[in-house]
Design a protein around this ligand. Structure first.
Ligand code: SF4
Length: 465
């Protein structure tokens, strides 16, 4: 998961950084902007949010942006990491921003890359050289070679382009006027720029914007699209429209579906439904309405911390989680509380919240989750890349309920999830282990026969034949 942005049409760089800031929830490790200036491509990068990027006070006709979430390589710790870890990556007349994760980089590349986005940039440059600088031909070669998820925005020969892998794992949308084109991971960027959403970039489609002309090339068609369901449940901003579905509405419907599960379990109505901020708020609202009990926001978020989910290691995640929530103790004492969260990954945050509520006098704590149990790692763009990071990979529902110490654990079921999202062509691999791409399946086969590597993501291992 990362955020990508492309702008064509004269735009101030500070304004571009403001637009990129809207994609910080997709990656807060580092961020970068690249732009054309007198025929050359320049860049500025920063550790953390785009608000920290120092850009010159000028306007450029072509700008790229990237917010980084590390699914390959380490966290960015100093400016010396910028060149090989932080996009956009620049090669002569080419620059590239990438969202997703390439599963076969270790197999394709002779070089040890720090980050798959740089690998993609080099590969595309090689293919452009082989194809007389013809972008559609080079992208065709790229899409035959790489396995995984990749939504790309780039600059090539003073044109803006966008490409989305043929399965459409990660979102990519665009909008345009007579003066501007914007391509972005999420549609709220277009809203902020006063552009109407034109549509999603179709899976397997290459768009090239040349001046205000748009060319569309069908590069690679896959009969099955596998849009990442977790974008709807967790990653994307609630105002984003992905595949014609408003994420807010999806989350609301997830809450309604959870209410049916709660009723089926014949549990007593709680005194309050309480969202874990912020993602689960629409679901909690729907659940409260369906159960006819009040929703109360008695777990408040420390706004000055980032998303714990995208912290790089468990220690940092635990520390962030500890400082993340503030509780309204007076409203908790003696009450039975139905907590709603978007997912249980390692189980440590859920366990901490239940324990904190009990310590403040809650009489009962039920825990509802808008996502079904995630029992398999993701190889396509979230940094949960090994089984050992997932409590549901080896524990059943009763064990998880016991571990988090809830009076009842109410999970979303698969039908509820799919109906709420409203489209059926989804990637569900982290729920059912059905990986849609060939190399990811190969990695799973290898993992079955080899012990887990504590140090390494599954797709960063090289398996001896
Ligand atoms: S495995 Fe899960 S998180 Fe990863 S792309 Fe598929 S649905 Fe999304």
């Amino acid at each position: 998961m990362c955020g990508v942005l492309g702008i064509m049409g004269l735009t101030n760089l500070t304004r571009a950084a403001d637009l990129l800031l809207l994609l910080t929830h997709r990656g807060q490790d580092a961020s970068g902007l690249a732009w054309t200036e007198n025929g050359t491509i320049k860049s500025a990068k920063a550790i953390g949010s785009p608000a920290r990027i120092k850009v010159p006070s000028l306007s450029s006709p072509l700008i790229l942006g990237s917010t980084r979430y590390p699914t390959s390589g380490k966290r960015v710790v100093s400016e010396s990491d910028f060149e090989t870890f932080v996009g956009p990556f620049i090669r002569k007349n080419l620059a590239l921003s990438h969202n997703g994760n390439i599963t076969n980089m270790k197999f394709l590349s002779g070089k040890n890359y720090d980050c798959d986005s740089e690998f993609l940039t080099d590969l595309l440059e090689d293919y452009l050289n082989e194809c007389n600088d013809d972008l559609p031909s080079a992208i065709r070669k790229l899409s035959s070679a790489v396995d995984g998820a990749y939504s790309l925005v780039g600059i090539h020969n003073n044109r803006l382009f966008a490409y989305r892998d043929s399965r459409g794992f990660k979102p990519l949308v665009f909008g345009r006027t007579t003066e501007h084109v914007i391509v972005a991971s999420e549609s709220e960027v277009l809203d902020m720029a006063d552009l109407k959403l034109s549509r999603d970039v179709y899976p397997g489609e290459l768009l090239i914007f040349n001046g205000m002309n748009m060319e569309s090339y069908s590069i690679r068609q896959n009969e099955t699209h596998t849009h990442c369901f977790f974008e709807f449940v967790y990653f994307a901003h609630p105002s984003a429209i992905i595949e014609n579905q408003l994420v807010y509405d999806v989350r609301f419907r997830l809450g309604r579906a959870l209410a049916s599960n709660y009723v089926r379990m014949r549990l007593d109505p709680p005194d309050y439904v309480v969202p874990v901020p912020d993602t689960s708020r629409p679901a909690a609202q729907a659940l409260a309405e369906a159960l006819n009990v009040p929703m109360r926001e008695i777990i408040l978020k420390n706004r000055y911390l980032g998303r714990t989910f995208i912290a790089r290691d468990q220690d940092e995640r635990d520390n962030l989680a500890k400082n993340k929530y503030i509780y309204l103790e007076d409203k908790i004492r003696g009450k039975s509380i139905l907590v709603v969260d978007d997912s249980i990954v390692r189980g440590t945050t859920a366990r901490m919240i239940v324990s904190d509520l009990r310590a403040r006098g809650a009489s009962k704590v039920y825990f509802a989750v808008t996502c079904p149990p995630q029992s398999h790692p993701c190889y396509y763009g979230i940094d949960i890349s090994t089984d050992k990071e997932l409590i549901a990979s080896e524990s059943g529902l009763n064990e998880i309920a016991q571990y988090i110490n809830a009076d009842a654990l109410i999970y979303q079921d698969l039908n509820g999830l799919i109906n709420a999202i409203g489209i059926t062509d989804l990637c569900l691999a982290c729920l059912d282990g059905e990986y849609p791409t060939e190399h990811a399946r190969y990695i799973r086969e290898q993992i079955q026969n080899r012990p887990a590597d504590e140090e390494c993501r599954d797709y960063e291992r090289v398996f001896e034949k």
